[in-house]
Design a protein around this ligand. Structure first.
Ligand code: URA
Length: 239
């Protein structure tokens, strides 16, 4: 390939949204089983340009690396808690940030709130392995404090990429922080829970966080209503 051909080749891939390449032979020979083709056409850019972009969960995790983008890496986090579950899930749950047990295990929602989330998933006839679970923030905030705006701003692009890779049919945003970040709103969770929004090609349903349900068991009734609707949405178009 001469210089002009190489230039044209790289420009072509640039237009497809590919913004870099790697030369290592091992990478070229990588398994592509977890690679999703995502349509990154954005509603924000009219006229829409549809670009095909290859995003895999593995490459998103690699991009995060041993992250030092925000101050949480200096505040006692043990590890990054990326996400867990089926990379082709129809249903994705998005929480707030890892707590102490998640920080130790490296897996989201494994503490008390996580056990309740597992029960919620099973209540709609699914298993934890069927869905994908991730958080807005990938590192544990100290003393389980709320995520701060600069932390959310640094971390949320990775959540958006995870969603683009998985392409779920339904996203359940658990609690205020996940819902507000995905919807770019400051509306309180009490106002938006149970409503159906469109996020990319998915239906986004905000509901109460399982930790809130542990403190306020009476709110479980509303979450159950939301989850029944989620089950309906997942079944729509199945037959
Ligand atoms: N709460 C969250 O929001 N995420 C977790 O992973 C655990 C508790």
């Amino acid at each position: 390939m001469n210089g002009d051909e190489l230039k044209a080749h790289l420009e072509f891939f640039g237009e497809l949204g590919v913004d870099g390449f790697r030369r290592e032979p091992e990478w070229r020979a990588r398994q592509v089983s977890d690679v999703a083709i995502a349509d990154t056409a954005s509603a924000d850019h009219a006229p829409q340009v549809t670009a095909l972009r290859i995003i895999s969960l593995t490459s998103i995790r690699e991009e995060i690396g041993d992250c030092t983008r925000c101050k949480l890496h200096t505040l006692g986090r043990k590890q990054i808690v990326f996400g867990v579950g089926n990379p082709n899930a129809d249903l994705m749950f998005v929480g707030e940030a890892p707590g102490a047990e998640e920080d130790i295990k490296g897996e989201p929602f494994v503490g008390r709130a996580g056990q309740l989330l597992t029960k919620i998933i099973e209540a709609i006839d699914l298993k934890r392995e069927d869905v994908y679970i991730a958080n807005l923030i990938k590192c544990r905030p100290p003393d389980n404090r709320n995520p701060e705006p600069d932390e959310a701003e640094q971390c949320e692009p990775f959540l958006f990429q995870q969603i683009d890779s998985i392409k779920p049919k339904v996203i359940v945003a658990l609690g205020k922080f996940a819902a507000q970040a995905l919807l770019k709103t400051t509306d309180p969770i009490s106002k938006i829970r149970g409503r159906e929004f469109t996020y990319r090609d998915a239906v986004l349903m905000p509901t109460y966080h399982p930790a809130y349900l542990l403190r306020t068991p009476s709110a479980k009734r509303e979450v159950w209503e939301d989850m029944k609707r989620v089950r309906e949405l997942l079944r729509e178009g199945e037959d």
